[in-house]
Design a protein around this ligand. Structure first.
Ligand code: ZN
Length: 79
């Protein structure tokens, strides 16, 4: 997966997640929209039961589907 880890952010649900910056184009798993290079996004963990072993995959989700509030990326959060 070609992306850089940027930092942590809080979702509107209050859950803290890891934020990534796309290096190549990704497709959002929720809206099938394009996540362009340079754009921030988060990943959604999905567990697929496969026999006795579960396989965990992470799918990119765009900020439109999952708005992010950066915690520690050095940017002002709220004024
Ligand atoms: Zn989306």
């Amino acid at each position: 997966m070609k992306s850089h880890r940027v930092g942590r952010a809080t979702l509107v649900s209050g859950v803290v997640t890891t934020v990534y910056r796309a290096v190549t184009t990704f497709t959002c798993v929720q809206c099938a929209g394009t996540i362009a290079p340079g754009v921030l996004f988060s990943r959604q963990t999905r567990r697929t039961p496969t026999g006795a072993l579960g396989v965990t995959t992470t799918d990119p989700v765009c900020v439109t589907c999952r708005p992010l509030r950066l915690d520690d990326a050095g940017n002002a959060v709220d004024s």
